[in-house]
Design a protein around this ligand. Structure first.
Ligand SMILES: [Zn+2]
Length: 163
């Protein structure tokens, strides 16, 4: 399924060639018609998406807020219906959708072309550069990396090391 998420992200970002990097995910979500509201959830829930509404827990760290908005936007563009994050933990299709939304978030916040420019940095530096949680940066370069990604990173890395 990786290619589908990658394709969706490319299509989306191609529509906004003038966006600065790191991407302003709040602006992108607004451009996609999503409304972000803060909601004082009870318990461990930090993000809920319903229709075009993205509910976020207040006082999140900036990196986590960026990740959760991108994750919710992924649900919006990849899946129909509502994603209530406190429902159906055991459900296989639920877990698949969650993983796809995470992959979407990782790819939107660390886009292909931008990833080539930072390939020589450490993962925590990359996370800091893109304003994302370190865990998401790690997954971008491991779990969510396609064969194509790895090839391009290798080339970019070798290129830097030759000079
Ligand atoms: Zn989700």
């Amino acid at each position: 399924m990786g290619w589908l998420v990658a394709k969706k992200v490319t299509e989306l970002l191609d529509r906004y060639p003038d966006y600065p990097s790191p991407i302003d995910i709040e602006l992108l979500a607004a451009d996609q018609g999503c409304n972000i509201i803060e909601w004082p959830f009870l318990g461990p829930v930090k993000e809920v998406k319903q229709g075009k509404w993205i509910g976020l827990a207040p006082r999140l760290a900036p990196e986590e807020r960026r990740y959760l908005i991108a994750h919710a936007l992924g649900h919006d563009l990849l899946h129909c219906g509502n994603q209530l994050s406190f429902r159906g933990w055991q459900d296989l299709s639920y877990r698949k959708q969650e993983r796809e939304a995470d992959e979407f978030a990782a790819r939107v916040l660390i886009p292909d072309d931008e990833s080539l420019k930072v390939i020589h940095l450490s993962l925590w530096e990359i996370a800091e550069h893109f304003g994302v949680p370190e865990d998401l940066a790690i997954r971008r370069f491991t779990e969510f990396a396609t064969e194509d990604d790895r090839c391009r990173w290798e080339w970019a890395y070798d290129d830097r090391c030759r000079c």
